[in-house]
Design a protein around this ligand. Structure first.
Ligand code: CTP
Ligand code: CA
Length: 229
């Protein structure tokens, strides 16, 4: 399908997309966060809407403008995102988790702004683990024909390639498709370009050459659509 000449092939479908990076508050003004720009999730939402889908975008702390024709639900923390995605997944033909949820949150949130002390002592931050949204919705499928897509940014390590780690992640999460970005060699976040390999649960791997986030979004929706057929 030529770019710019999309037909409304996703008409009648409802898709749920998450985007952005969650924030975990330490006190009323401070948080632990990450530098996810939200661009890939917003591109997925915009392209799906342009192809005729009904789109709900659960957006964590992104400064991007609301895409035309998309219902945007703002959230702050991973637990907020968990609540919105698990509640809304029931109505969705596809769920795409493009957000970067914080894996951990402070065990306690200070009610008032944390102050320095006269003796120079430093506060400790104890963390607890957040729920895994993608694994939860994949393992307790709201609907049998639902297509669930995850993302993974991996560097590989001494014993495992990026693809080995990603394949294990897909199986652990139980999703249908996993969009894998190789982030070794200091590849930067926040860029408008993306290069990926899309793994599917049946063992397939589709390399997507470097292109725009809109182009990658288009490929992802094509693969989701193929799984609906
Ligand atoms: N994800 C999620 N809930 C979380 C963490 C991650 O739904 N609490 C989703 C992300 O949105 C992404 C996928 O899971 O689609 C993979 O995220 P990633 O951080 O790579 O997975 P983790 O299981 O957190 O693994 P790691 O220890 O490598 O961070
Ligand atoms: Ca993680």
């Amino acid at each position: 399908r030529a770019a710019g000449h999309k037909i409304a092939d996703l008409t009648g479908r409802h898709v749920l997309v998450s985007a952005g990076g969650t924030r975990e508050h330490l006190d009323p003004v401070r948080y632990l966060g990450n530098s996810s720009s939200g661009k890939q999730g917003y591109a997925l939402a915009r392209i799906a809407a342009a192809r005729g889908a009904k789109v709900t975008l659960v957006a964590a702390n992104s400064e991007l403008p609301d895409p035309a024709g998309v219902h945007v639900v703002p959230v702050t923390s991973t637990r907020d995102l968990f609540d919105e995605i698990t509640a809304r997944a029931v109505d969705a033909d596809a769920v795409v988790m493009a957000a970067a949820p914080a894996d951990f949150r402070p065990a306690d949130v200070a009610e008032h702004k944390i102050k320095k002390t006269a003796d120079g002592s430093v506060p400790a931050v104890n963390l607890v683990q957040n729920p895994d949204i993608l694994a939860t919705i994949s393992h307790d499928r709201a609907r049998k024909d639902q297509v669930i897509v995850g993302f993974a940014a991996e560097t590989g390590d001494a014993e495992h390639s990026v693809i080995d780690l990603a394949r294990a992640k897909l199986e652990r999460k139980g999703c249908d498709l996993l969009v894998v970005n190789d982030v070794s060699g200091g590849k930067v976040f926040g860029s408008d370009m993306n290069e990926a390999v899309i793994l599917d649960r049946d063992g397939g791997a589709l390399p997507v050459p470097s292109g725009s986030k809109d182009a990658l979004a288009g490929v992802i929706w094509n693969l989701v659509d193929a799984r609906w057929q």
